[in-house]
Design a protein around this ligand. Sequence first.
Ligand SMILES: [Zn+2]
Length: 432
Amino acid sequence: MTQHPKPLAHQPQHEVVKYQEQKLQELLTYLSQNSPFYKDLFAAHQIDINQVKTLDDLRLIPTTTKEDLQKRNDDFLCVDKGRIIEYSSTSGTLGSPVTIALTENDLERLAYNEYNSFTCADGSAADLYQLMLTLDRQFMAGMAYYSGIRKIGAGIIRLGPGVPSLQWETILRLKPTAIVAVPSFILKLIQFAQEHHIDINASSVKKAVCIGENIRNTDFSLNILGQKITEAWDIKLYSTYASTEMQTAFTECGEGRGGHHQPELLIVEVLDEHNNPVAPGESGEVTITTLGVEGMPLLRYKTGDICHYFDESCACGRTSIRLSSIVGRKKQMIKFKGTTLYPPALFDLLNGMEEIKDFVAEVYPNEIGMDEVLLHLLPINYTDECDRKIRANLQARLRVSPHITYLKADEMQKLQFPEAVRKPVKFIDRRK
Ligand SMILES: [Zn+2]
């Protein structure tokens, strides 16, 4: 199970389908023998796995939801506990956290996945990556990046998240060629450099792999966050999208036209609310079937992430589909006074306003069960003039007025970093 063929992303489509259909049958057999959850599911829906032969036949099988994984977490485990090496967990930003257990082979698969990802993002053995992220707290991505970069043979500096002064001191001392970071933190690095007269464009860093937040609009143009970074700092940005449950990343190549699918690791469907496939360029929920996972494989798992996909071949030579930046998480959709809004669009608006240095958006239900939005803002100053500009801009762009509360810098810090979070909190959802 550890032996992977050469990356399928470059292969013609019929080769990919042939490979995936064979792997799908292996998976169905494996699940029917080893997964308490899927044994029950197949029995309850009278599914004969021998009838599921092609990728289209997948539609015969019901989808799996995050709630299934939350409620019956242990029933997804397909191996004896003695074979588990790593217990990763989801961050729990959307309900209770889920544990994903990985075997030695799963860790090898994870490393291969990031080997492909970082190679796709123009990484090579000549690179030195500064990892500005958590490597513990059961965070799968941290160790995945680490093991994938090792496989490439590139260098690694495990600096951890935050602390711009230490990040810069290390950049100037060890001269990394690339950083892996949350894009809003890259803005903080730029601010720090400007305040401390560090010439960022003379630094060794030439590229950034951006995690956790969008840097592009769904048409691949840079969003405001992406623009702000590249206007100040002449580096190349690569977006990557992954989740703990998928154990797989979609990473951009140098063309910057969406995250590439790795066909040997996942079957991807992009589905509408009725679980029908959407056309390229339309919004749908990313739904995945893991290939080659031993510990907790997933079959038609609905990730909750809304994306567009594109199926034309990429100029880099890869033929696999590409995913746009996340339009939003299905559960986080805000129905706000007659308009529909996803947090990333709101974040993009707030990132673009000069009067706002930092923010947290909060959503809560009002007495009649409708969504209300409260913005916690760190403004550039506390004058009436600044307040007036912020309110006028929000009204113009959103067409409705959210509630606003202004915070001091230390209050913002406390709100964004409650205990035990792995990345700054930008969105608080009090609907449940
Ligand atoms: Zn490409």
